[in-house]
Design a protein around this ligand. Structure first.
Ligand SMILES: Nc1nc2c(ncn2[C@@H]2O[C@H](COP(=O)(O)OP(=O)(O)OP(=O)(O)O)[C@@H](O)[C@H]2O)c(=O)[nH]1
Length: 419
């Protein structure tokens, strides 16, 4: 031990890096002046993020204006982004932590998340009352005001923002799960999972702010090196939230366009294209051995005379009335479509010729009894799918033939086609 100890080299302490000299003011002698305070790009970063959110707000405002949906989801999303952008802007100096604009920023961010939640609810057809939001915001304002009397006031204010936003996100997750899953079975659960993660992160941050105070390395108030990851995270999360909004609204618009393309504008029944889709699907099923189906061709009698004697407006009313009577008489999985002019076609899945004929007679009675201003009768041709029908047109032709027979036999009657 000793000999080794004797041979051991005495280590020199590592050289300390030379401290950079503070710059000397040009043209001055004497001791160097105090170094200037470090320049942080924090205001610039926050401003950039909030400008990005302002762009989202503008795009949504334009969308709401074009679609005239200020009071619907689009208008709420515009307000959400605007409040978020304004709230972030208030973090930019000269306002210090604890100053009035900063506290307004906290409340604006909570109000923004409330706005987003209400927008999501409106998207799924739920118009939630404003009072609970107003009460929640008033409670948050109360806590923020009370925080000035406490030691860990700043921590409490951070916690209020985090818990407020997390609560709104949790409520949005519930909405997505309950209302959104039926319309978008993949997207809604994925978005709900994302919102859950965010709500959890906000809750953890809120608890941390309460327990150890708001000052941590990564904070919106930290110097620039710590703020870069935070700014990137806020931008990334903002982009994802905007994607959720875009996907939801685009999905609804496309769904509505698809529906319009298949709906008859006057009567609200399916149009020929829409009904043909159902017909082809049911026919393909029947041809591959599944249950058969029946068809009714329903034609209003002497419709030209109704138009001529009572005018086209009355004729349109009759068309709407007959369509409504047909739809009232049918089951949920039956489909009615306006085949053209004053003719309707009804698809009855899993129905025999006998049952379809009975239903057709009930429909004919219902149309006559439904109290139109003008007396209205209909003629109906009935056909069913039979095993030899390789083509949907064969079933349609038989129903048409039966209708022709009903007309020829004096109208206001039902004729079933023999297969
Ligand atoms: N008001 C109105 N009339 C329509 C519409 N589409 C077609 N028509 C009219 O429906 C009438 C159909 O007349 P026809 O095909 O002669 O049939 P009809 O008078 O009912 O005679 P039958 O079918 O033989 O009893 C025409 O006068 C069309 O102008 C519509 O959307 N609205």
């Amino acid at each position: 031990m000793r000999c080794c100890a004797g041979r051991r080299k005495t280590r020199r302490p590592p050289r300390r890096a030379r401290e950079p000299r503070a710059p000397r003011a040009p043209g001055t002698l004497g001791p160097p002046s105090q170094p200037p305070p470090p320049v942080t790009a924090q205001p610039l970063l926050i401003a950039l993020v909030s400008v990005q959110f302002l762009v989202h707000a503008l795009v949504w405002a334009m969308t709401a204006r074009m679609a005239r949906r200020w009071r619907e989801a689009e208008g709420h999303f515009a307000l959400f982004w605007f409040m978020l952008a304004t709230g972030l802007m208030l973090f930019v100096p000269p306002w210090d932590s604890g100053s009035a604009p900063r506290n307004l920023a906290d409340l604006l961010i909570i109000a923004a998340s409330m706005c987003e939640h209400r927008g999501l609810a409106l998207h799924w057809g739920r118009r939630l009352p404003l009072t609970p939001y107003a009460l929640g915001l008033a409670a948050a304002a109360g806590v923020v005001a009370a925080s000035f009397l406490m030691d860990n006031g700043h921590g409490l204010r951070v916690a209020v923002v985090c818990f407020g936003c997390a609560a709104m996100m949790a409520a949005s997750v519930r909405l997505m799960w309950r209302q959104g899953r039926a319309a978008t079975p993949i997207f809604a659960p994925v978005a709900a999972a994302g919102y859950t993660l965010l709500a959890a992160a906000l809750t953890v941050r809120g608890v941390q702010a309460l327990m150890v105070g708001a000052t941590t390395k990564i904070s919106i108030d930290a110097p620039v090196h710590a703020n870069i990851p935070l700014a990137i995270a806020v931008l990334f999360v903002g982009g994802l939230l905007n994607l959720v909004h875009i996907r939801l609204v685009l999905g609804r618009v496309l769904h509505r366009l698809g529906q319009q393309a298949q709906t008859d504008e006057l009567t609200g029944a399916l149009n020929r294209r829409g009904l043909l889709q159902h017909l082809e699907a049911v026919h393909a099923g029947a041809a591959s051995g599944q249950a058969g189906y029946a068809l009714l061709m329903v034609d209003i009698d002497h419709f030209k005379t109704i138009n001529d004697q009572h005018g086209h407006a009355e004729g349109d009313r009759v068309l709407k009335g007959v369509s409504a009577s047909l739809r009232k008489a049918l089951r949920a999985d039956d489909h009615v479509g306006r085949w053209g002019g004053e003719e309707f076609c009804v698809l009855l899945p899993h129905t025999t010729l006998h049952d379809a004929t009975l239903l057709a007679e009930r429909i004919a009675r219902r149309v006559s009894d439904d109290g139109q201003r003008v007396p209205v009768t209909v003629s109906i041709g009935v056909s069913v799918y039979t095993a030899g029908d390789t083509d949907l047109q064969a079933v349609l032709r038989r129903a048409d033939g039966a209708l022709y027979e009903a007309k020829a036999a004096g109208r206001d009657r039902v004729v079933a086609a023999l297969s």
